[in-house]
Write a protein of this length. Structure first.
Length: 167
């Protein structure tokens, strides 16, 4: 039997998730930063959007409710969310940072397929891949702190033959 520390926790074993806006408020208090309605709106918009969200998309969503929010405020708030463990910055090789909620059901135990044609991102989980990584790390004397697998290629839609349109 594998010791509990050597395997990825199942969703039922994870501690209860904290309210993201409350966690952000706590971090702001600890850092002596101002708690604002704009920061709350940014956090709420981000968590409602889900997925792999570019900052520009968060800006657009927040500006639907608060047109005067600055891009800089959104960037700073996203960095704060990452700092307090509520968001994970992801870079998929296109020069754009996307943020993913860390409160997702699978946390850090998932991987990504990234289409180099259209930019689609598909998440997947594999206990076999995680177990293989753990065995390889042990074999080489490593202790895994976090893991990430990103596979780049072209999705089925991008590989499909393009239909020519008659002029």
């Amino acid at each position: 039997m594998t010791p509990p520390s050597d395997r990825t926790p199942r969703p039922a074993e994870r501690p209860p998730r904290r309210d993201p806006v409350a966690a952000l408020g706590e971090l702001l208090r600890q850092k002596g930063l101002k708690h604002s309605r704009q920061r709350d709106l940014i956090a709420q918009a981000f968590f409602e959007m889900g997925g792999h969200v570019p900052v520009e998309a968060v800006v657009s969503r927040v500006r639907e409710q608060e047109p005067r929010v600055s891009v800089a405020t959104v960037y700073r708030t996203m960095k704060l969310l990452a700092e307090c463990g509520l968001a994970v910055p992801r870079n998929f090789g296109d020069g754009q940072t996307r943020y993913e909620p860390a409160t997702r059901r699978h946390g850090d135990a998932h991987d990504h397929l990234i289409c180099t044609g259209c930019g689609a991102i598909v998440e997947f989980e594999s206990e076999r891949i995680a177990a293989l990584q753990l065995r390889l790390a042990r074999r080489h004397g490593f202790e895994i702190e976090h893991r990430r697998v990103e596979l780049y290629g072209r999705c089925a839609a991008c590989r499909a033959p393009k239909k020519e349109t008659a002029a």
